[in-house]
Design a protein around this ligand. Structure first.
Ligand SMILES: *[C@@H]1O[C@H](CO)[C@@H](O)[C@H](O)[C@H]1NC(C)=O
Ligand SMILES: *[C@@H]1O[C@H](CO)[C@@H](O)[C@H](O)[C@H]1NC(C)=O
Ligand SMILES: *[C@@H]1O[C@H](CO)[C@@H](O)[C@H](O)[C@H]1NC(C)=O
Ligand SMILES: *[C@@H]1O[C@H](CO)[C@@H](O)[C@H](O)[C@H]1NC(C)=O
Ligand SMILES: *[C@@H]1O[C@H](CO)[C@@H](O)[C@H](O)[C@H]1NC(C)=O
Ligand SMILES: *[C@@H]1O[C@H](CO)[C@@H](O)[C@H](O)[C@H]1NC(C)=O
Ligand SMILES: *[C@@H]1O[C@H](CO)[C@@H](O)[C@H](O)[C@H]1NC(C)=O
Length: 369
């Protein structure tokens, strides 16, 4: 594949990992008061800027304009014009914005409400964009460091209370399912699609179980969104621009069919494990297909990028290429070739927070907080 085409299908999913670098149990600290903390793991959908601090390429970074233009007025590294889903969830939970783990901090007690470990492009498989992103297993290791530090500072009992009251958000899997399109993945080539998806889900549930072992009880998950129909995917077949990518559709459908079963198995196995699973796939596809019903004028073309449907990942001048930027971002569902606008994130966050059981279940986030 030519490089612009490759770049266009690279997702910049951030994984937010909470890192509490220094917690002082004797000071006014919300982790030891009554407010549940928020720990975030995953990909660019949730990343608040960790990839600004890793050695990677601009394909996996968004710390340049016009990213961040609407809300923050400067590029934070979030892959959108403004806030992401966890930013809205934090607001609803009456928490401040949850900072990225790798953000340099001064002094102690900088992350009293939680921290984000997310990394653009990350997957649950270590082999997804290796060396370019912070994969889910590495995010877990960072979380373990936070846990150890907190335990030594607060003592086992108080630390356990912090971790059992906290809510853990996950957005992971999209990059794993796209990766075989961008590179020769031996894991994909030497297994059936079903088995490959089982590996993705197996690695995700292993991390969930580890967080549970450290005291985590309340989890929030998104299933994999309809990214097979994002602008970047709609232009993959030059002879059929505008059609969703069939291979990715098949993998996403398999994943989203198996993932709820895996969560139900965890619930049976792990006492006290409670979760909110939002059917993000349905919410996103609904908006792609019926944008006007949700206040958008455009559901398929990106606001920022180049080529047909602005589906080439050049937003902000990645790879030194020129790009187009729409006039009114609030008309658009997609900000760039595969990431949503702040307006869309706000709508999804609302459904994740308080959606009815057929949209977010068995609990919603409001109930978990
Ligand atoms: C924690 O707070 C106490 C009292 O304010 C202070 O004496 C101590 O140095 C602090 N410890 C750390 C690690 O900041
Ligand atoms: C960053 O990665 C590139 C390519 O892998 C490598 O050549 C370079 O030495 C790395 N830089 C640092 C500071 O690690
Ligand atoms: C930390 O301190 C340095 C030097 O004083 C400053 O440049 C930087 O902005 C500070 N970082 C934060 C997150 O406050
Ligand atoms: C996969 O490998 C084949 C044969 O080596 C090569 O022609 C092809 O370009 C590779 N595909 C990708 C996506 O790297
Ligand atoms: C995790 O993924 C690896 C491949 O990277 C696979 O060998 C392993 O079996 C997976 N683990 C689970 C629990 O599925
Ligand atoms: C942008 O679009 C929104 C919704 O369509 C509209 O309410 C707003 O007035 C527009 N803003 C500008 C500057 O055109
Ligand atoms: C959920 O149920 C409500 C009615 O209870 C219905 O209006 C809505 O369309 C359903 N949503 C989905 C995604 O099935």
């Amino acid at each position: 594949m030519e490089s612009s085409r490759l770049a266009s299908i690279i997702f910049v999913f951030y994984t937010i990992i909470l890192s509490i670098r220094s917690i002082n149990c004797t000071e006014n600290n919300n982790l030891v008061t009554n407010q549940p903390a928020l720990f975030v793991f995953g990909d660019s959908l949730f990343d608040a800027g960790n990839n600004n601090y890793i050695n990677t390429t601009t394909n996996f970074q968004s710390n340049f304009p016009p990213y961040g233009q609407t809300f923050f007025k400067f590029p934070t590294g979030r892959v959108s014009d403004g806030r992401l889903i966890p930013d809205f969830i934090a607001e609803k939970a009456q928490l401040p914005l949850i900072p990225p783990n790798l953000q340099p901090i001064n002094g102690s007690n900088q992350f009293p409400y939680g921290v984000s470990f997310a990394s653009a492009g990350a997957g649950s498989l270590a082999g997804t964009f290796p060396g370019m992103v912070i994969d889910l297993g590495t995010q877990l290791n960072s979380f373990k460091n936070v846990e150890r530090r907190l335990r030594s500072e607060l003592g086992d009992v108080k630390a356990k209370r912090v971790f059992s009251r906290a809510v853990y958000l996950f957005s992971i899997g999209s990059n794993d399912l796209f990766y075989p399109l961008t590179a020769n993945s031996s894991l994909f080539q030497s297994n059936t699609k079903e088995k490959f998806v089982d590996f993705v889900i197996g690695n995700t549930t292993s991390v969930i179980e580890e967080v549970y072992k450290m005291g985590g009880r309340k989890f929030g998950f998104l299933n994999v969104g309809a990214y097979d129909c994002a602008p970047a995917a709609l232009i993959l077949d030059a002879t059929n621009i505008g059609s969703c990518n069939k291979l990715v559709t098949e993998l996403i459908d398999l994943h989203n069919k198996k993932f709820p079963d895996a969560l139900r198995r965890l619930q049976r196995k792990l006492s006290g494990f409670r979760y909110a699973l939002h059917d993000y796939h349905t919410s996103l596809l609904e908006r792609i297909n019926n944008p006007s019903k949700y206040g958008f004028k455009e559901g398929k073309m990106g606001c920022c990028g180049s080529g047909p449907l602005r589906g080439i990942n050049t937003c902000g001048g990645r790879m030194g290429q020129s790009y187009e930027l729409c006039e009114n971002v609030t008309d658009y569902l997609f900000f760039d070739s595969s990431h949503l606008t702040e307006k869309a994130h706000r709508q999804i966050a609302e459904l994740f927070w308080s959606g009815p059981p057929n949209v977010t279940g068995p609990y919603n986030l409001k109930a978990l907080f």
